[in-house]
Design a protein. Structure first.
Ligand code: SF4
Lengths: 468, 201
């Protein structure tokens, strides 16, 4: 196509290996990230058909979803099924010769944190992973999205995906954020405005001053939750911040290749006048620190608000809202800041990076968590953990009464032993508040790391601005 | 993959919106390295109590719907995680078709890879089929992929859209990977160009 293009159009066009008459394309995949839960059946498929991994050098595996986050896990994993999955990944990585970061490696961590950290994720790339939060990598101006296990097998075997192009959606956040408002508040507020199906069929480009002002960590938080708004992917045009983050990473290009890469990356922006099928604009100054009250990420409200009633909604959402209220054990009209919390979880691919730990530690410094509270920090990677220890953040968490864990997904999805009990209420920095997500019957309120830290101190959902 | 041509079966009504993949198959069942055997845990936390007893109110526990092959569901079915365990569990239970006003992208695409047909219909049509499904085992819904129609028990017929390529694969039970491998030349050509234009990849 000619005429002005969006950044999505540009990346798409640079990766079409084959196009059928009906627009079905074979999209070439530059990076394929793999973890232990969604890959065993794909590797089994390859073995059964005698196929190889087409581009092992572009395939990166790391166990994260169900690894324990307590010491000794490199020697032994108690849960037999988890151990089998991790061992299967060990073996598959070895047999098929792909890049691998085992649990014993300090670089191990959540796949979406490891990819950027190691410089595997670069602007303009296509990145896929058998995990819906692959959208995270869009922060680098990469086209990144989650795939199912059959597609994992397809990419392993062919380094391509069968795809049709999505529509373009622009989400612009204008102006400046107010103090106490973070990337997490932006991304939750966008979902609150568009709904969890608002992005279905679209690739979102996030832009505007408030997005430009975010660090790379913050941009990853924003793109991470594009999927929660239903979008196939979310991305942000790369700029000097992106290049500075990427430069010098182990797998980033060097020397002349760096220069060549940089000159292409600088062309990755949306042209003036390019067409978007849908546009959403939010004012940065209108965004408040938010929390979720229900069991869908769209159930989001400013912390100053009150629990809604089912009758505030329409259509099928009435029943869903009532179900949420019952599940969450909340009463309409109750002030959000009166909701008591049992547990605090800081971590996940949404908010498990160094900047997130800094933000939480800044609130916790010199304070203690509320008596009886369970609180844990699970760094997104071994390197994030090491850096936090070096910066003295780990000590702040420990002194406040937090558990300081090893890297992994942990209580974001509770496949490892880190789980909520029925009725236990958690302030979480992760991305999903679905029923049972953090443990059967567990109740999740999503929020930013600073808000979660504030809740740990007071024992109830808290407006972080009162503690700044 | 099993072919999908026509299906006449019992449809279970699930009007709830935003049924996510954590509901369809909770994460404790993702620890398998196989594709099969997940049907017994389909909708586990909605279907069973903590100690494994059936919750009688849940639709698939009601005698009329135990053999359901079709689900009629609320908006945005299959949102959340990319786990293909969701369609595997549906299929293993015996569900071959899901009808809703909208689906989450990844789930939608995962269905086709496993011989399940997800059908998007307008609200009125879904409402009508939902009412039909509520009639229980006597109301059978017919889905015909070739002619792209869904017919309610009262004979009311609705047309639906389906991507021609996906339809072709489903009708013939074709494996995507085999089809793509026939295009290996294009991939090789692309990789050669890539090595020149973006060698850092
Ligand atoms: S941290 Fe949570 S959302 Fe992220 S990859 Fe792990 S389980 Fe998925």
């Amino acid at each position: 196509m000619s005429g002005p293009k969006t950044i999505y159009d540009k990346i798409w066009d640079a990766h079409v290996a084959h196009e059928d008459a009906d627009g079905t394309c074979l999209l070439y995949i530059d990076r394929h990230l793999v973890h232990e839960v969604t890959s065993p059946q794909a590797f089994e498929g390859l073995r059964m058909t005698g196929r190889k991994v087409r581009a092992p050098e572009k395939t990166i595996a790391v166990p994260d979803h169900n690894v324990p986050t307590t010491p000794g896990r490199d020697k032994h994993i108690d849960n037999e099924e988890s151990r089998i999955q991790v061992e299967a990944l060990d073996k598959n990585a070895r047999d098929f010769g792909i890049n691998y970061y085992p649990v014993s490696d300090i670089r191990q961590g959540i796949v979406h944190i490891v990819g950027p950290e190691q410089g595997w994720t670069l602007p303009g790339m296509t990145v896929v992973c058998g995990d819906s939060h692959t959208a995270t990598h869009g922060a680098f101006g990469a086209l990144a999205h989650g795939i199912g296990t059959s597609e994992v097998e397809h990419v392993l075997a062919t380094q391509t995906l069968i795809q049709k192009k999505s529509k373009n959606m622009k989400v612009e956040i204008t102006g400046k954020l107010r103090p106490g408002v973070t990337a997490k508040d932006i991304t939750l507020s966008v979902i609150g405005a568009t709904g969890t199906a608002g992005g279905t069929g679209y690739v979102i480009e996030y832009c505007g001053e408030a997005i430009r002002d975010l660090s790379m960590e913050g941009r990853m938080t924003v793109c991470n939750m594009a999927i929660e708004g239903g979008a196939r992917a979310g991305l942000i045009a790369p700029d000097e911040k992106t290049f500075a983050y990427v430069m010098g990473r182990p797998h980033a290009p060097k020397g002349a290749q760096w220069e060549a890469a940089l000159s292409w990356w600088k062309t990755l922006y949306t042209d003036e006048g390019a067409h978007f099928d849908k546009v959403v604009v939010l004012k940065g100054e209108d965004i408040a620190p938010v929390v979720t009250w229900g069991t869908s990420p769209e159930d989001v409200l400013p912390i100053t608000g009150v629990v809604p009633a089912a009758s505030d909604f329409r259509g099928g959402k009435v029943e869903a809202a009532q179900r949420s209220l019952d599940y969450m054990g909340l009463t309409p009209g109750q002030k959000l800041s009166d909701i008591k919390i049992d547990t605090v979880f800081i971590g996940s691919c949404t908010n498990g990076r160094i900047e997130d730990l800094r933000a939480a530690a800044a609130i916790l410094k010199g304070k203690k968590i509320k008596e009886g509270m369970r609180a844990m920090v699970v760094p997104g990677s071994g390197l994030v953990r090491a850096q936090a220890e070096e910066e003295g953040l780990a000590q702040i968490f420990i002194d406040a009464g937090f558990e300081w864990r090893l890297a992994g997904c942990s209580m974001c999805l509770a496949m490892n032993p880190d789980q909520l009990s029925p009725g236990e209420r958690c302030a979480a920095t992760s991305n999903r508040n679905f029923e049972g997500r953090q443990g059967r019957g567990g109740r999740t309120h999503l929020m930013s790391p600073a808000m979660a830290a504030a809740a740990a101190v007071t024992g109830h959902l808290t407006d972080v601005r009162e503690m700044m | 993959m099993e072919k999908f041509t026509t299906l006449t079966g019992i449809a279970a009504p699930m009007p709830l919106v935003n049924i996510d993949t954590d509901m369809i198959i909770p994460k404790q069942f993702l620890k398998t390295i196989k594709r099969s055997g997940l049907g017994k845990n389909l909708f586990d936390e909605m279907r069973f109590t903590q100690d494994g007893k059936e919750i009688p109110d849940f639709v698939l526990n009601q005698p009329a719907y135990r053999k359901a092959e079709i689900l009629v569901a609320g908006d945005n079915f299959g949102c959340g995680s990319s786990r293909e365990h969701a369609p595997w569990a549906l299929l293993d239970f015996g569900i071959r078709c899901v009808i809703s006003t909208s689906f989450a992208d990844i789930f939608f695409s995962n269905c086709f890879k496993n011989g399940i047909l997800p059908i998007v219909l307008p609200q009125e049509a879904v409402d009508h089929l939902m009412d039909d499904a509520r009639k229980g085992a006597n109301a059978r819904i017919t889905v015909d992929l070739e002619s792209q129609t869904v017919t309610a028990s009262d004979g009311q017929t609705y047309g639906f859209n389906v991507d021609p390529f996906k339809k072709h694969c489903l009708l013939n039970g074709l494996d995507d990977i085999g089809l793509t491998m026939e295009k290996a030349d294009s991939i090789e050509k692309f990789e050669k160009t890539l090595a020149q234009s973006r060698p850092w990849v």
